[in-house]
Design a protein around this ligand. Structure first.
Ligand code: ARG
Length: 463
C-alpha cells in the first residue's frame, strides 16, 4: 500500500535522488547498521537469529559494494534505502526489521558524522605530510638569503628557511582546526534519536556510541537530527587550509616565473603549452591557488542551507553532502599536490641572494643605525627616505653616496660614514634580526628545533 495515488514526477525523482553521490557513505551505513542490529538483539528488540540473518545480509551487501557488483535499482532514492532493499532481498522479511527503532533522519546524521570524523582525521595526516616537507626543505636552506616582501615590494631580507617555516606554522594551525572538527563529529552520536523525538523502544544508545567510537549519545534527539555543525566545522577548517594553500600556490607561480627566477618547479608538477614549445607552465601551483574559493564556496553554501532552517530534519539537509564531498576531494588532492611540489622544487641560490642583496632593502637598517646614534626613529625614517631618493635620482647605489650627499640629509650620518658602509655590506642585515621569531640564524635554528618537536609530538600521539 502507498499513501499516494499518483507516482512521483520524473523531475522530482531526479531532483530528490541522492544515491549518485551519497553512495560514498556505504561503509559508514553498513557499520552503523551492524552496530544497530547488535544493539537491537542485545536489548531483546529482535531475536538472535534475526540479528545473525541481518549481519549475514550486511556482510554480503558490503562485499557487493566493495567489489562494485552491487546492482542499484532505479527506485533506490539514497544509499540507505538501497542497502536496506538489498538486505531484504537477501534475508527475506527479516530485512524489514533492520529499520526498527531507527529513522533515516538519525541514520543519515550518523553516517555523515562518521564520514566527517574520518576525513577530518585524514586531513590531519595530509597536513602533517606537508609540514614534514616544509621542515625538511627549510633545513636544507637555512642560510639562503632572499628578499622578504610587503605589498609584493622588496621589504627586508630573510632566510629562505624562515619563509618556508611561515607556512609550517600556518599548516600547524590548520591541523588543530581539523582536530577540533574531528572531535565535534565524533563527540555525540545521533543514532537512536529516531525521526526527532526518540523511539518507542528501550534501546541502548551507549552501546551504540561505544561500538561506533563516539564519546556519548547525543543528549537531545531534536538537536541530534537537526545538527550539521560538525560539517560546518570541517568546511571551515578546509576553507582556511585551502586559503593557505592558495598563498603557497601563488608564491610558487611568481617565484618560478622568469621575472623572479627564484625556483624551478618539478617537471612532474608542470605542464607544457599547446602552441609555445618553450613554455613550462606552473599549472599545478595555479590550481592550488584557484581551488581555495571553491572550498570557501562550499562553506558559504552550507551556511546558506542551515540559515533559518526550522528544526528538525528538513530535506534541505540532503544538500550538505555534495558540498562536503567536493571539499574533501579538493582539499585532499590539494594537500598531496602541495607536498609533491614542495619536495621537488629546486630553489636557485644566486637569484634569491642577489635580490636579497639589493641595498635598498637595507634602508630600515640604516634608519636603525641612526636610532642607535640617538636620532628618533621617525626622523631617521625621513633621513633614509631622502637618501634613497638621492640615490635613485643619481642612479647610484646607497653605498656609492658621497659624504657630502650623506651630509645633505644628516650631518650625523656623514660623521659615521664607515658604520653606514658597514651596515650596507651584505649579510649583516639578516643577522641583526635577533628578536625572538626573527630571521637571524640563531632564531631560525630555534624555530627549526621547535618545529621538529611539534612534528615528533604529533607522530608520538599517533596522528
Ligand atoms: N537522503 C536523505 C538525506 O541525505 C536521507 C534522509 C531522508 N529522510 C527523510 N525524512 N526524507 O538527508
Amino acid at each position: 500500500m502507498s499513501r499516494f495515488r499518483e507516482p512521483q514526477h520524473p523531475d522530482f525523482v531526479r531532483m530528490n535522488t541522492s544515491v549518485g553521490f551519497d553512495v560514498r557513505l556505504w561503509p559508514q551505513d553498513i557499520a552503523q547498521s551492524r552496530a544497530h542490529a547488535n544493539m537491537l538483539a542485545e536489548c531483546s528488540i529482535i531475536c538472535a537469529a534475526d540479528r545473525d540473518a541481518l549481519l549475514h545480509g550486511l556482510d554480503q551487501v558490503e562485499a557487493e559494494l566493495r567489489e562494485q557488483r552491487f546492482a542499484f535499482s532505479e527506485h533506490d532514492e539514497d544509499i540507505h534505502m538501497a542497502i536496506e532493499r538489498r538486505v531484504t532481498e537477501i534475508t527475506g522479511s527479516v530485512g524489514g526489521r533492520l529499520h526498527t527503532a531507527r529513522s533515516r533522519n538519525d541514520q543519515v546524521a550518523t553516517d555523515i558524522a562518521l564520514y566527517t570524523r574520518d576525513r577530518a582525521h585524514a586531513a590531519q595526516a595530509h597536513i602533517t605530510a606537508v609540514m614534514e616537507v616544509l621542515l625538511r626543505r627549510a633545513e636544507e636552506h637555512i642560510d639562503w638569503p632572499m628578499p622578504g616582501y610587503t605589498h609584493l615590494q622588496r621589504g627586508q631580507p630573510v632566510y629562505l628557511a624562515h619563509h618556508l617555516l611561515a607556512y609550517f606554522w600556518m599548516f600547524m594551525r590548520d591541523r588543530e582546526r581539523f582536530m577540533f572538527a574531528e572531535r565535534q563529529a565524533g563527540g555525540t552520536l545521533p543514532l537512536g534519536a529516531g525521526a526527532l523525538a526518540g523511539v518507542n523502544f528501550q534501546t541502548d544508545r551507549r552501546m551504540l556510541a561505544r561500538e561506533l567510537g563516539f564519546d556519548r549519545p547525543a543528549p537531545n534527539s531534536i538537536d541530534a537530527v537537526a545538527n550539521r555543525d560538525f560539517v560546518l566545522d570541517y568546511l571551515s577548517a578546509a576553507a582556511t587550509c585551502a586559503t593557505h594553500l592558495s598563498r603557497l600556490g601563488v608564491e610558487l607561480v611568481l617565484w618560478s616565473s622568469t621575472e623572479f627566477g627564484f625556483c624551478e618547479l618539478p617537471d612532474a608538477w608542470s605542464a607544457g603549452s599547446s602552441i609555445m614549445p618553450q613554455k613550462k607552465n606552473p599549472d599545478a601551483a595555479e590550481l592550488l591557488r584557484a581551488k581555495a574559493p571553491r572550498v570557501v564556496g562550499h562553506l558559504a553554501a552550507l551556511h546558506g542551507v542551515m540559515h533559518a532552517l526550522p528544526l528538525t530534519y528538513n530535506k534541505d539537509l540532503q544538500e550538505d553532502k555534495e558540498h562536503l564531498f567536493d571539499a574533501v576531494d579538493t582539499l585532499e588532492i590539494s594537500l598531496s599536490a602541495a607536498a609533491g611540489m614542495l619536495s621537488g622544487v629546486a630553489f636557485k641560490r644566486e637569484p634569491l641572494a642577489s635580490a636579497a642583496g639589493d641595498e635598498l632593502i637595507a634602508a630600515t637598517d640604516v634608519a636603525d643605525l641612526l636610532v642607535q646614534l640617538g636620532v628618533p626613529f621617525r626622523e631617521a625614517h625621513g633621513v633614509v627616505a631622502g637618501l634613497v631618493r638621492t640615490a635613485v635620482d643619481a642612479g647610484k647605489r646607497l653605498s656609492q653616496l658621497t659624504s657630502q650627499e650623506l651630509a645633505a640629509q644628516s650631518e650625523m650620518l656623514a660623521a659615521h660614514h664607515e658604520q653606514f658602509s658597514e651596515v650596507l655590506s651584505r649579510g649583516s642585515w639578516l643577522e641583526s634580526k635577533v628578536s625572538e621569531g626573527g630571521t637571524a640564524r640563531a632564531r631560525v635554528d630555534e624555530q627549526l628545533k621547535l618545529a621538529r618537536t611539534v612534528l615528533d609530538e604529533a607522530s608520538a600521539s599517533g596522528d
